[in-house]
Structure formats: C-alpha cells, structure tokens
Design a protein around this ligand. Structure first.
Ligand code: SF4
Length: 84
C-alpha cells in the first residue's frame, strides 16, 4: 500500500480554515490562528509533516486543493514524487 507524506508549510498558513472544512479528520485550528495536522510532527523549519496511507489521500488532496495559498503538500513516500 502506498504511503504518502503530508506536509504543511505552517509559517505561511493564513488560518483561513478551508482545510478543516474539507478534512476535519486530519486538520484542526490552533490557538495561534494557524491550522495543525492532527498528530503531525513539528519540524525545526516550522513545517509539519505526517505519514498517511491511501485511505487518507483523497481527503488531504482535497484540503490541499482548497488551500488558497498552497501551503499543503503531498509526496509519494515510495518514489519521492511530489504530487501537490
Ligand atoms: S487552507 Fe491553507 S491557509 Fe487555510 S488554514 Fe488550511 S493550511 Fe492554512
């Protein structure tokens, strides 16, 4: 089963909450008015990341497509291909 890396460029998030509206399973609003990937790892560069499976791919692709500033990204972990 393909694994994906969900990434959030949190420093550039404008807190519009579109990702939460599309996918509340994986996204939540934080007190600092930016969203977090639920259970996502916070990286030293300020981004977040979480490995997800095929079952969560479409909902996070929809969240990425809904993001007005394109700060949600998806990579195929098996071959490193950048999807969004
Ligand atoms: S849709 Fe994009 S800009 Fe809006 S809260 Fe989510 S990650 Fe941030």
């Amino acid at each position: 089963m393909t694994k994906y890396l969900l990434e959030h460029n949190r420093p550039d998030c404008i807190g519009c909450a579109a990702c939460v509206a599309v996918n509340a399973k994986n996204w939540v609003m934080n007190e600092d008015n930016k969203t977090d990937i639920i259970d996502g790892k916070h990286r030293p560069d300020g981004w977040q990341e979480l490995e997800i499976g095929q079952e969560d791919f479409e909902a996070n692709k929809a969240a990425a497509e809904a993001c007005p500033v394109n700060v949600i990204h998806l990579k195929n972990k098996d071959n490193g291909e950048k999807i969004l």
